[in-house]
Design a protein around this ligand. Structure first.
Ligand code: CP
Length: 306
């Protein structure tokens, strides 16, 4: 695909190509091998209309490690404040860039803004829609940590209604022979029907839970997510649901010894920091894997065709 807006565009060979190259980049880092500046002279424009630490930093570092140039267009200081539309900003930045990375607070806004854009666009998340590169790094994390994605029970917990990371991940996992997807949430934050229907149409077993303790014992990958304050119209409703589920060392005595806990981060109160030193806590390793995946993605989008 030229633009990467949804994981629906990926086929298994794309995934293998991206994840295998990301693995090579990880090995380079482990072996302290120098990187080729294969993206020298290439420009990546970044437009983030919503806050970000990991996605913006890992894309930026990935591009620079491969010799490329990063140009940020910050909504607080750009002509957005004078009323310039997303679509016009995209067209302007496209004239300077070889690839554009965009995050926007409105589901579907990126797709609409890029209809006439020939420069490849990578979505860094669109509101409650999707976060395709997060799903890639999540699958990469599972592969690097466990060795395979097949035959696993993967349990997603938290704000499944608004969480774009779980929307993309559930869809992407249908390319594998996972044993089962489990969704743990309060009823008001359950996985949207369109995602469940997509997963069902691919023949993957799904179960919904309201108790984390019930879903935990034979889980191989526990994927925690934050209840997203910014998606709630009522503060009261947010406070009622934000601490429904929490990973603690005590709770994790009920989990398998060989499993991993992931989180796209940032966390609020879903994982106690007391659990961070447990070897099963993979969420900070996951952030580093994100950089390797974005290096691979930029290489393939700019250097080769996907
Ligand atoms: N996981 C993730 O998207 O983090 P940021 O919002 O900090 O980029």
């Amino acid at each position: 695909p030229k633009h990467i807006i949804s994981v629906s565009a990926f086929k298994k060979p794309h995934l293998h190509q991206i994840l295998n190259l990301a693995h090579q980049y990880r090995l380079c880092k482990i072996k302290k091998q120098p990187l080729n500046h294969i993206l020298e002279g290439k420009v990546m424009a970044m437009m983030f209309y919503e806050a970000s630490t990991r996605t913006t930093s890992s894309f930026s570092v990935a591009m620079q490690l491969l010799g490329g140039i990063v140009q940020k267009c910050d909504p607080d200081t750009s002509s957005l404040v004078k009323g310039e539309t997303l679509s016009d900003t995209v067209n302007v930045m496209a004239s300077y860039a070889d690839v554009m990375v965009i995050r926007h607070q409105e589901k579907g806004a990126i797709q609409k803004a890029i209809v006439n854009t020939h420069t490849p666009v990578i979505s860094a998340g669109d509101g409650t829609g999707e976060h395709p590169t997060q799903a890639l790094l999540d699958v990469f994390t599972i592969r690097e940590e466990i060795g395979t994605v097949n035959s696993l029970t993967i349990t997603m917990v938290g704000d499944l209604k608004n969480g774009r990371t779980v929307h993309s991940l559930a869809k992407l996992l249908t390319l594998y022979r996972v044993r089962e997807l489990r969704y743990v949430s309060v009823p008001s934050l359950s996985m949207p029907p369109e995602i469940k229907n997509f997963v069902k149409s691919r023949g993957i077993k799904q179960e919904e839970y309201t108790s984390l303790e019930s879903a935990l014992p034979d889980t191989d990958v526990l994927y925690m997510t934050r209840v997203q304050k910014e998606r709630f119209s009522s503060e009261e409703e947010y406070i009622k649901t934000r601490s429904a589920f929490e990973v603690t060392p005590k709770l994790m005595t009920k989990a398998k010894k060989k499993m991993i806990v992931m989180h796209p981060l940032p966390r609020v109160c879903e994982i106690s920091p007391d659990f961070d030193t447990d070897p099963r806590a993979a969420y900070f390793r996951q952030t580093e894997y994100g950089m390797f995946v974005r290096m691979a993605l930029l290489t393939l989008v700019l250097g080769h065709s996907l």
